[in-house]
Design a protein around this ligand. Structure first.
Ligand SMILES: Nc1ncnc2c1ncn2[C@@H]1O[C@H](COP(=O)(O)OP(=O)(O)OP(=O)(O)O)[C@@H](O)[C@H]1O
Length: 604
């Protein structure tokens, strides 16, 4: 015990005066700014400071225990051990295997040091060793937390940056990407390890590129279409997967429609035939892009085509657009055959260059077309081979046949094999002479083409438009190249709003995506551009059909030469009279031109 020292009043007064006048110690003022700064630093470096807190706490527990006598000394140690065990237990539930091991070693070491300090005292060598050991154990922690936390306070205090200069991490926080990663790309999901990139929106939905894991093919993405529909909660027919030609087979183009643009009618407004490329827009794809019908390939001749679909699917309307584009062009000279007896394409009776409404008239038009090919043969020879490029001087001659199956299929009563043969010949020989066949059938099958595989193969190489069909097995001309996203049979007959899906289908271009044909309500309202055949073709007499308009008949040049019937008769007479049936012999004996003799030999 100590007794308080008594100071005389004078002494007290002197001390008070000294303390009043003595210079003050420099002190850091504890202002709100200082508190904030400390908080900021602690916030940024809290991870790095954690080992010091742990070592300090260990030291504290050991010091308290050392200052107490047993059994009280056990209390702080028990509390310290409980805290260490609690810390480990907390980490054990959340961390990885290696983190658990590390925290286990740290918690165990802390408990041991607490006991050591309690026994040997919290000062001196043991404490020094404990701090050195703790620092060594902290090294892996500090390596891992080398980076400070982002300085949020400083960022908030900084002047705002202009919005456009902020970098935008592609796809981050995008719900579409999040759903993909969680439900499509995660392990055990339909496309594990796949990446969804380049998400871009458009008026009716969004598009992106899907890249599959190494070793996978994009066909797998196509097969996952239904899962994708489900993940994005969409009705059928809203997800399309297409090949990306020229890119890795792992990649494909994904189109997801949040609304369906095909539900509304897309009207044909103006002619779109590009004379340079020979194509015009015929359908609008589900992503709003036009799909083109090709009448010819520049430098490679005319292209045949097939348009198929069940009754009321809209194939005649497709032909209306094709014929309107053709008749408005100055380099196309369309001929029309209506297999429906003149009822399918009545508006073209007055407007086409030739219109056949009966099977006999159809035969005449086809024979005439074959003769045109012969007329043009010398033209190709004169130009040194290659193919005839459509031009106002050398127009393309497409023969458009609606309801073609009625003219091509034979039964017990009707033998249409001659029509099939003529169509085969036109498709096999016509392309380089600027002559092509455009057929419309109810089903895209070889059966409807008169069982002619030759006709099927030729037509398949051109443009195919597949509208809705009703039989599963009938799409054998459509299922070529890239797999179809859906069978034509699965196309709905009605949209969800109850409206009909006329004109809905696919075009077998490089894009296999659902599309809807442009609708031209009344083709008769569109003007027709008068087109003349080239002189060689015009020399060939056109068959006298019951069409109101037969421009070839009005061409004075066509009257200058003998008719095909005259030529045939001359050649037949010469052969009967003993002339060898070779082109040279017949040319010599009849005086006819080579093309005329060759054509006559083919006909008789
Ligand atoms: N692209 C389209 N958009 C909207 N409606 C269409 C489209 N194409 C056709 N339609 C409508 O569908 C109906 C049937 O069309 P179309 O006559 O062309 O069918 P089809 O397949 O030729 O039938 P059929 O074999 O009986 O002649 C028509 O009333 C037409 O207005």
């Amino acid at each position: 015990m100590t007794t308080p020292t008594k100071h005389p009043p004078a002494e007290i007064e002197r001390r008070e005066t000294e303390s009043d006048t003595a210079p003050e110690e420099p002190r850091i003022p504890v202002t709100p700014q200082v508190v904030n700064e400390l908080r900021r630093l602690l916030g940024r470096w809290r991870h790095q400071a954690m080992p010091f807190a742990a070592i300090g706490a260990t030291h504290g527990v050991g010091a308290v225990a050392a200052a107490l006598d047993p059994p009280e000394a056990l209390l702080p140690v028990a509390a310290g051990w409980t805290a260490s065990a609690g810390m480990y237990g907390y980490v054990h539930r959340k961390a990885s295997r290696w983190d658990r091991l590390y925290v286990c070693v740290a918690a165990g070491s802390s408990a041991s040091w607490q006991a050591a300090l309690a026994l040997t005292g919290a000062n001196g060598v043991t404490a020094g060793l404990m701090w050195a050991f703790g620092a060594a154990l902290s090294i892996p922690w500090w390596v891992r937390h080398a980076e400070p936390e982002p300085d949020v306070t400083a960022e908030l205090a900084a002047p705002p940056q202009p919005r456009e200069t902020l970098p935008v991490a592609p796809g981050t926080a995008d719900r579409r990407l999040k759903l993909w990663n969680e439900h499509i790309a995660a392990n055990g999901k339909p496309l594990p390890g796949s990446a969804l990139e380049g998400i871009t929106g458009f008026a009716y939905g969004w598009k992106a590129t899907v890249t599959l894991a190494i070793g996978e093919h994009w066909h797998t993405t196509l097969q996952a279409r239904k899962s994708i529909l489900s993940v994005y909660d969409l009705p059928d027919g809203r997800v399309f997967v297409e090949a990306m030609h020229g890119e890795s087979v792992r990649k494909s183009r994904l189109t997801v429609l949040t609304s369906d643009p095909l539900q509304q009618k897309n009207h044909w407004n103006e002619p779109g035939l590009d004379p340079e490329t020979g194509k015009f827009p015929l359908m609008i794809a589900a992503d709003g892009e036009p799909l083109h019908f090709k009448l010819w390939n520049p430098g490679a001749g005319a292209l045949h085509a097939l348009i198929s679909g069940v009754t009321r699917s809209g194939k005649t309307k497709v032909l209306d657009v094709v014929l309107t584009e053709a008749s408005m062009s100055d380099r196309v000279y369309p001929l029309v055959i209506d297999g429906g007896g003149g009822a399918s394409l009545p508006q073209w009776r007055e407007r086409a260059n030739l219109f056949a409404g009966t099977p006999e008239q159809a035969r005449e038009v086809l024979r005439y077309t074959l003769r045109l090919i012969e007329r043009r043969r010398p033209v190709v020879e004169r130009q040194g081979g290659g193919s005839l490029e459509p031009s106002p001087e050398m127009p393309l001659v497409p023969v458009v046949i609606d309801e073609a199956h009625k003219l091509l299929m034979s039964d017990d009563e009707t033998d249409n094999r001659d029509i099939v043969r003529m169509c085969e010949q036109i498709t096999q020989e016509g392309a380089k002479f600027g002559v092509c066949l455009i057929l419309a059938t109810q089903v895209p099958s070889v059966k409807q083409l008169g069982n002619s595989t030759a006709l099927r193969d030729q037509v398949k190489a051109g443009t195919i438009v597949g509208l809705r069909i009703t039989e599963k097995g009938s799409g054998n001309m459509i299922d070529t190249g890239d797999p179809m996203p859906e069978h034509l049979k699965d196309l709905p007959a009605e949209f969800p709003d109850g409206s009909s899906t006329h004109g809905l289908g696919y075009m077998m271009t490089s894009r296999k995506i659902r599309a809807r044909a442009l609708l031209l309500e009344n083709p008769a309202e569109q003007p027709v551009t008068p087109t003349r055949l080239d002189p060689d073709s015009a020399a060939e007499p056109a068959p006298a059909l019951n069409a109101a308009k037969k421009p070839a008949e009005t061409d004075p040049r066509r009257r200058s030469g003998p008719t095909a019937e005259d030529i045939d008769a001359t050649v037949r007479e010469a052969i009967e009279a003993g002339t060898e049936s070779t082109v040279e012999a017949l040319m010599r004996d009849t005086g006819l031109a080579m093309t005329q003799v060759r054509a006559a030999l083919k006909r008789i």
